[in-house]
Design a protein around this ligand. Structure first.
Ligand SMILES: *[C@@H]1O[C@H](CO)[C@@H](O)[C@H](O)[C@H]1NC(C)=O
Ligand SMILES: *[C@@H]1O[C@H](CO)[C@@H](O)[C@H](O)[C@H]1NC(C)=O
Ligand SMILES: *[C@@H]1O[C@H](CO)[C@@H](O)[C@H](O)[C@H]1NC(C)=O
Ligand SMILES: *[C@@H]1O[C@H](CO)[C@@H](O)[C@H](O)[C@H]1NC(C)=O
Ligand SMILES: *[C@@H]1O[C@H](CO)[C@@H](O)[C@H](O)[C@H]1NC(C)=O
Ligand SMILES: *[C@@H]1O[C@H](CO)[C@@H](O)[C@H](O)[C@H]1NC(C)=O
Ligand SMILES: *[C@@H]1O[C@H](CO)[C@@H](O)[C@H](O)[C@H]1NC(C)=O
Ligand SMILES: *[C@@H]1O[C@H](CO)[C@@H](O)[C@H](O)[C@H]1NC(C)=O
Length: 449
């Protein structure tokens, strides 16, 4: 923590106190979580009598009380972790208010809402503001450079405001600049103590759009040489190399994974890896995936790389063929038809039809019939007439067979029905032959006479 830096503020709201405000130490500098801060101070006239107070690591301000009015003090602050305190800041000086100077306390709860070109300053009246005849507000730009000339002062505007004023909008400011705003009450006899705020206007959004990457925040480049290799029907290995040029320390990488060509955001998954490879799991078999990788630094993420594509390996079908249908054609044949499985998980190379007249027979003694994977109907012949048959059907990819469909049954026609037709035909033929014989005989006898 640096008390002299523009991030830290020393103010007085009454002649006997000094208020410190600081910014928490960034984790890069603290080498561990900050658990406490120690503030040391002494009057400049008595430098050998140093007082100190400790506050929690979650605090960013503290008010030293019961000090001497109109007295110069020096203060410094050190951040501590569980291990101990770090190097304290340089000594900073602050002069407490003199009684006679500042009879009116500073306004309280000074808040400033910073935008790109404006600061909206709000405050609450000081405890004895009834004595005030109005407020004054000053604003100046502060150069927050760590050079020797720490605070180059630009012109200061001081504005007088009515006694009832509780806010004021400062406009026409430059973006991304450090400003110091002071607000104090005044009356005819005296000027009150000022409440002080220091902070930045927002960065310009226009500038952010046109300059990429923004100069203050270097962005890590995406990794190079991204290679994807299917590892199983549900997993793909993705490997990559660190970006060749990067001025940002990369902490880890984010992998984006989605089925190729999807527009459904809920099918996109993200994985984080601190290594330069990741095994993407829980994928769908025999599916093409689009993969991209992004580098992450501390509090900054880079853009995604271009996509690479890879398919998972095929697997056995995970569902049976659909819509198995049976229809008896005659006493010895049945037409079997179906549709391919919903989840074939590969190219169907064959279908196997199992059938039996006895449902309680073990599966291996059922009759089986293999068909090419491109066929979706077949006539099963050589069945017994007037018999109940049970059928089931499974599909197989190059990896192996999937589950069988539910069993369906069919009844073949009666042979007797067909025999009757033959008998009738035989009788008709016999009768005809008889008639022809009789006619021939009659003709023969007539020719003899
Ligand atoms: C800091 O932590 C202490 C104890 O947990 C709590 O009482 C205090 O309100 C906290 N202060 C801030 C500014 O969060
Ligand atoms: C404001 O209040 C403080 C403390 O009560 C007092 O010392 C000071 O004189 C008051 N100011 C005026 C102008 O009366
Ligand atoms: C400034 O803040 C005051 C008080 O919160 C609010 O009433 C006012 O609308 C704000 N003005 C702008 C321009 O944001
Ligand atoms: C998948 O990855 C594991 C772990 O590296 C490996 O043991 C296995 O052999 C891989 N399988 C295939 C099919 O490459
Ligand atoms: C997106 O995918 C989810 C999960 O598979 C699904 O529930 C949802 O219906 C899909 N939405 C669209 C628009 O396809
Ligand atoms: C990846 O890095 C970021 C930024 O440092 C961090 O917030 C996140 O927890 C890390 N994720 C993993 C899985 O390590
Ligand atoms: C059906 O198969 C079972 C088991 O093989 C056998 O015990 C039974 O006798 C068979 N039934 C007929 C009608 O063949
Ligand atoms: C299919 O039937 C043949 C004889 O018809 C038999 O040798 C073979 O083991 C059967 N295969 C299966 C898987 O049942």
């Amino acid at each position: 923590v640096d008390l002299e830096s523009s991030d830290t503020l020393l103010t007085s709201t009454s002649p006997t106190d000094i208020r410190l405000m600081w910014h928490p130490l960034s984790s890069q500098h603290s080498r561990g979580a900050v658990t406490r801060y120690r503030i040391e101070y002494s009057a400049v006239d008595h430098v050998d009598t140093v007082f100190s107070v400790e506050v929690g690591g979650n605090e960013t301000q503290f008010t030293l009380k019961e000090l001497q009015p109109n007295q110069a003090y020096r203060l410094r602050i050190a951040a501590g972790t569980v291990v101990g305190f770090g190097v304290p800041s340089e000594w900073a000086r602050h002069h407490t208010l003199a009684h006679y100077d500042h009879m009116i306390f500073a306004p309280t709860e000074l808040k400033v809402r910073a935008r790109e070109n404006t600061l909206n300053v709000t405050w609450q009246p000081s405890p004895n503001h009834t004595l005030a005849s109005g407020y004054k507000l000053s604003c100046r730009e502060v150069e927050a450079d760590d050079s020797t000339n720490r605070q180059r002062t630009a012109q200061t505007h001081t504005i007088r405001l009515r006694k009832k004023a509780r806010y004021h909008l400062l406009t026409g400011l430059a973006h991304d600049r450090q400003y110091e705003v002071r607000v104090w009450a005044f009356n005819k006899q005296t000027e009150g103590a000022a409440a002080v705020w220091k902070g930045r206007t927002d960065r310009s959004t226009e500038k952010r759009k046109t300059s990429s990457p923004p100069p203050l925040r270097p962005i890590p480049l995406p990794p190079s040489s991204i290679q994807a290799k299917a590892n199983s029907s549900t997993s793909i290995w993705l490997r990559w190399e660190k970006p060749r040029f990067s001025n940002v320390r990369i902490i880890n990488y984010t992998v984006r994974c989605s089925p190729a060509g999807t527009t459904n955001a809920s099918l996109v998954t993200y994985y984080t890896s601190s290594a330069q490879e990741v095994l993407l799991g829980s994928l769908r078999p025999f599916t093409r995936y689009e993969l991209a990788v992004q580098s992450n630094g501390v509090d900054v993420v880079g853009p995604f790389s271009g996509t690479v594509e890879e398919s998972t390996l095929p697997d056995r079908p995970s569902t049976p063929p659909e819509e198995l249908q049976l229809s008896a054609l005659d006493s010895s044949s049945v037409l079997v038809s179906w549709r391919p499985p919903l989840e074939p998980n590969g190219i169907i190379i064959s279908y196997k039809i199992l059938y039996s007249g006895n449902l309680s027979e073990p599966e291996h003694s059922w009759k089986n019939l293999s068909q090419d994977g491109s066929i979706t109907s077949v006539e099963v012949q050589g069945l017994s007439s007037d018999t109940h048959y049970f059928f089931k059907l499974g599909a197989a990819t190059e990896v192996g067979p999937g589950p069988y469909s539910a069993i369906k049954d069919v009844h073949t026609f009666l042979q007797k029905y067909e025999l009757d037709i033959h008998a009738v035909t035989g009788i008709i033929v016999g009768v005809c032959l008889g008639l022809i014989c009789i006619l021939l005989c009659m003709c023969f006898r007539a020719s003899c006479l």
